[in-house]
Write a protein that binds this ligand. Structure first.
Ligand code: UDP
Length: 468
């Protein structure tokens, strides 16, 4: 009798990563219907509500389990959320080993797929004699950067932002050191040390699964194949959210969009946890107003830390930070919703003609899949390199300028928005993104690159399971 192929997929306590790996598992199951998959979620304090709502609609072959939550108060409080997540993950490793042991004894595992933040799990896969793969929710460019980092670390002795030459990540558009993720900006920090360790551990993987597709990152893929020395790189993207529900805001947004003209609305959102400082919220509001364009803005209370809301939102009412009279003046012209909106429904709506985004990779891919041109407003993590890819590489986005205090001023914001929403005939952005949209659709077809990559990946697991 054929052996069951059972895969454990391990994520991290961050919604966009959990949502991405769940969607990856669904795609894998679409191609290999008889696989069994168990998603394992570490947690900080408690499972994330938005993830819980995704778990209601899983197919029967996808199981899930939450590891005992790490208490947020037991994590250092003076480090960024990304470091807290990494440390929570390290603290969860003994529970993860235990969970894998018990899974393996119930239904033998073939392979472990770990989010790149969770790559400490690769070591456990070796202990259990499993194949192990790293799932990369972000771009191939980000994977290339991480694979290249140990070399870059030796080549460059200064802080990267002070390095005169552009940084050449293999297969990618050259970028300035200041556009590297923010945790690369202080090489003496714990955040950088953890990233470097994580990069070195990538050599333990039997292969990489990347949420991208050839037409957007062809050169990078070629370079990755050389860098990944002998292990396969599967481009399994675009993996995007499929109708995430956000209850109360959903019908309000869609009803409002239904009343607007084709491609007339700019959607403004900074992902699942991005925040702006108070001055920037004010400038953005006035910039939106000045642009004269229709907008749908997902507003969060301001904070001086750009990813403050990543591990839980503040309780402040975001609306009270808007400029005086803003809501009255823009009534009918703009819709402001607080905290969360049904993003894929909005991007897929015919009235949405532009997306001002923090350039999280999921948001960028969702915009490409729906053919919506972008204004890039990167905040943290690898968002700045995504912004470079979108503006300079793929040329499907415009990037506003920030002043010496890191603020984009209202006049600049208004000009960039107008450039995107009414000047796009000249700059050709909409035509270019339509081409990418078609390529994304093609990648997901039965004979498309994503489906073929998943098929090859699955065959590798089946062969391995057959030889156990
Ligand atoms: N998202 C959403 N509604 C919101 C904000 C975000 O549905 O109001 C979803 C969005 O569609 C995407 C994910 O959350 O799938 C955000 O992921 P991304 O990688 O763009 O950014 P991150 O949250 O990791 O910063």
């Amino acid at each position: 009798m054929a052996k069951t192929t059972h895969v454990a997929a391990i994520s991290i306590p961050a919604f966009s990563h959990q949502a991405s790996i769940i969607e990856f598992c669904k795609r894998l199951l679409h191609v290999h219907r008889h696989f069994q998959i168990t998603c394992i979620f570490p947690a900080i304090d408690a499972p994330l509500p938005a993830t819980l709502s995704l778990l209601h609609s899983l197919p029967p072959n996808i199981h899930h389990t939450f590891l005992p939550p790490v208490n947020k108060h037991h994590l250092p409080q003076d480090v960024p959320p990304a470091v807290q997540i990494q440390l929570a993950l390290s603290q969860s490793i003994p529970c993860l080993r235990h969970a894998l042991e018990s899974l393996h004894s119930t239904m033998p595992l073939t392979a472990l797929v770990a989010d790149h933040f969770a790559n400490e799990a690769l070591q456990i896969a070796k202990e259990f004699n499993l194949l192990s793969f790293v799932y990369f929710p972000p771009s191939a460019m980000t994977l290339s950067l991480f694979l290249h980092l140990p070399t870059l670390h030796h080549q460059v002795s200064s802080e990267y932002r002070d390095h005169q030459e552009p940084i050449q990540i293999p297969g990618c558009v050259p970028i300035h050191g200041r556009d590297l993720p923010e945790h690369f900006q202080d090489r003496s920090s714990l955040a950088y040390e953890l990233i470097l360790e994580r990069s070195k551990r990538l050599s333990l993987a039997d292969g990489f699964l990347v949420n991208s597709f050839p037409e957007i990152e062809e050169n990078t893929l070629r370079a990755l194949k050389e860098q990944a020395t002998g292990v396969p790189v599967y481009l399994v993207g675009p993996i995007v959210q499929n109708g995430l529900s956000s209850e109360a805001n959903e019908s309000e947004c869609v009803k409002w969009l239904d009343k607007q003209r084709l491609n007339s609305v700019l959607y403004v959102s900074f992902g699942s946890g991005g925040t702006l400082c108070e001055e920037q919220v004010n400038e953005l509001a006035l910039g939106l107003e000045l642009s004269g364009q229709k907008f749908l803005w997902v507003l969060r209370a301001p904070s001086d830390s750009a990813n403050a809301a990543y591990l839980g939102a503040a309780n402040d009412d975001p609306l009270r930070f808007l400029p005086n009279g803003f809501l009255e003046r823009t009534k009918g012209h703009g819709l402001v919703v607080t905290s969360w909106a049904p993003q894929t429904r909005i991007l897929g709506h015919a009235s949405t003609g532009g997306f001002l985004t923090h350039c999280g990779w999921n948001s960028a891919l969702e915009s490409i899949v729906m053919g919506v041109p972008m204004v890039t407003w990167p905040l943290f993590a690898e968002q700045r390199i995504n912004a470079v890819l979108l503006t300079e590489g793929l040329k499907v986005a415009l990037r506003p300028k920030f002043n010496e205090n890191g603020i984009a001023e209202r006049g600049e914001i208004a000009n960039v928005i107008k450039g995107l929403m009414i000047g796009e005939e000249e700059n050709g952005i909409r035509q270019r993104i339509e081409v990418l949209k078609d390529a994304a659709t093609g990648a997901l077809k039965e004979d498309g690159s994503s489906t073929r990559a998943l098929s090859e990946f699955g065959s590798r697991l089946e062969n391995f399971a057959g030889h156990l």
